[in-house]
Structure formats: C-alpha cells, structure tokens
Design a protein around this ligand. Structure first.
Ligand code: HXC
Length: 258
C-alpha cells in the first residue's frame, strides 16, 4: 500500500492514512487502497477493532484531494463520490468496531470518513468542518446525510452552509465526537477504548452495531422488531450462557464469540 500504513497488534488493527505532505487528503488511489484494506479486514475474524487515523500531527484527513478534483468532469466527480460511498459504507457496516482517532484537521471528506466510523475520539487540537460550499461543491462523501443524523438537521445545515471550522470542544458539545483527550494521549485513549470493547461479547457487539445502524433508517416499530429478533438470536451464543453464568457464579466471564 502506497498511502496507507497498517499495523495489527492482537485483535486491533491501526490503519493510518499516510500522505502527510498533502495533509492526508484522499485521492482516488488512497480511496482504492482503503477499500481493498477494509474489504480484506471485514472477513478477518481475528481483527475486532479498527482504529483509523492520519499520519503526522497536523491533519487527520484534510478532505478529498482538491488538486485531483479541480479539472475533473461531472462524471469523474460522480465516480469519486461513489468510490468513497462504497468505501465509507463498508467501514460503517463491517462487523469490526471502528474508532476514528482524530489527530488534527478533519475537513470535508476527512470529517465524513470520521463520521463513517462507529466512535470518534478527538485530540484537543483537532478541527472539524465541511468546507465544500466554499469550493463550489457540496459534501459528497456522505456529509449531507451522516452529519445531520449525528448532530441534527439545523446544526448540519449551519456547518455546511457557513463552512465554519469548529474545534474539538465545539464538536464534542454538538455530539460530533465522543471524547476529547490531550493530543499526546490520543492513541492510548483509542487503544484503551478498543481493549474495553474487546472484553465484551464480540458477536453481541457486532450484532448491536448492525441493529443500531439498520434501525437508524427504519420506523420505530420496524427497528424494535429487528431488535427483538436479534436479541433472540443472541440467546443462541456461547457468550450468552457464559456471560450470564459467570454473573450468577460471581466470577469473571470468558467471552469468546465473534
Ligand atoms: C489537496 C491539500 C488539501 C486537500 C491540504 N492540501 N489540503 N491538497 N487536497 N484537501 C495540501 C496543500 O495544498 C499544501 O500543499 C499542503 O497540503 C499543506 O497545506 P497548507 O494549506 O499549506 O497548510 P495550512 O496553511 O496549515 O492549512 C491547513 C488547511 C488547508 C486549513 C487544512 O490546507 C485547507 O484549507 N485545506 C483544504 C481543506 C478543504 O477544503 N477540504 C475539503 C476538500 S473537498 P503544498 O504542495 O502547497 O505544500 C472535499 C469534498 C469531498 O473533501 C467530496 C468529494 C466528492
């Protein structure tokens, strides 16, 4: 991989977007590599947590690559949006839990890829924004959809229309990030969260992720029905007998399903 660095330690994979000279901007080559990487990881039962970050201290991802988009035609723009959509939707729906370690600028496509992750942990120095309208385009990597789902329609519209860049505190206040930590503690905080999740039932966590994601696009009654059937399904797992048995026997549980 030319623009990605992958480091797997135990059940946690760290994927770093590595184009620091362009503030980790996402060009088609990087999106292609990311898709291939996630597609392979999706099938690996030995990997349960994916941490996504950007190389260097300045940027997480400063957006889609503007130099590549400048002369692109409408058809090429559409193809780029579709490539990103395929990649980010895979990230959003893969069985592994994804944590965005937002180490700096998360702008445009950078904010959008962070939003496709399950959880966002931000360094105090991180900055978020959707500057597309200032470039004569609109967010095309999911921003018009995921931002409003995360922070509400009014705040999403304000951020997208004004192109205002917000700091980590404001992102936390509006619910765009889950946690803020000092920059030097960012990776430790993400690994600690990953380790905490690893101690839970792996199948249960993946099932909960699937039900939460699917439920967001359903009416409440359908979502509750999906939850009920998935809840029943969880009763067939080893972890259900072990988790509840351990509680009743007052001992730590050994959860293994994934
Ligand atoms: C290509 C980029 C880039 C980007 C930064 N660079 N962002 N190259 N695409 N998105 C490059 C710069 O050209 C520069 O290259 C180098 O990275 C360092 O950036 P500087 O601007 O010199 O750094 P600084 O002054 O510190 O400003 C940081 C910044 C600024 C505020 C993050 O770079 C910036 O505003 N970047 C663009 C952010 C943006 O508009 N993103 C949204 C893109 S549109 P050189 O060679 O000069 O050193 C998008 C749409 C998604 O994401 C949907 C598409 C379908």
């Amino acid at each position: 991989m030319k623009n990605l660095t992958i480091d797997i330690q135990g059940q946690i994979a760290l994927v770093q977007i590595n184009r620091p000279k362009a503030l980790n901007a996402l060009n088609s080559e990087t999106l292609d590599e990311l898709y291939a990487c996630l597609k392979e990881m999706e099938l690996r039962r030995d990997i349960r947590i994916l941490i996504l970050t950007g190389a260097g201290t300045k940027a997480f991802v400063a957006g889609a690559d503007i130099s590549e988009m400048h002369q692109a035609t409408a058809v090429e723009g559409l193809a780029m949006a579709r490539l990103a959509d395929r990649t980010f939707s895979l990230l959003e729906n893969m069985p592994q839990v994804s944590i965005a370690a937002v180490n700096g600028y998360a702008l445009g496509g950078g904010c959008e890829i962070a939003m496709a992750c399950d959880i966002r942990v931000a360094a105090e120095t991180a900055k978020f924004g959707q500057p597309e309208c200032g470039l004569g385009i609109i967010p095309g990597f999911g921003g018009t959809q995921r931002l409003s789902r995360l922070v509400g329609k009014g705040r999403a519209k304000e951020l997208i229309f004004t192109c205002d860049m917000i700091d980590a505190q404001e992102a936390y206040r509006i619910g765009l990030v889950n946690q803020i930590v000092p920059a030097e503690e960012l990776m430790d905080a993400c690994y600690a969260m990953g380790q905490k999740i690893l101690k839970k039932g792996g199948y249960a966590v993946s099932l909960a992720k699937r039900v939460i994601n699917a439920g967001m696009d359903m009416d409440l009654a359908s979502g509750l029905e999906l939850e009920a059937t998935s809840f029943g399904l969880a009763f067939s797992t080893h972890d259900k007998y072990e988790g509840m048995g351990a509680f009743l026997e007052k001992r730590p549980a050994q959860l293994t399903d994934f």
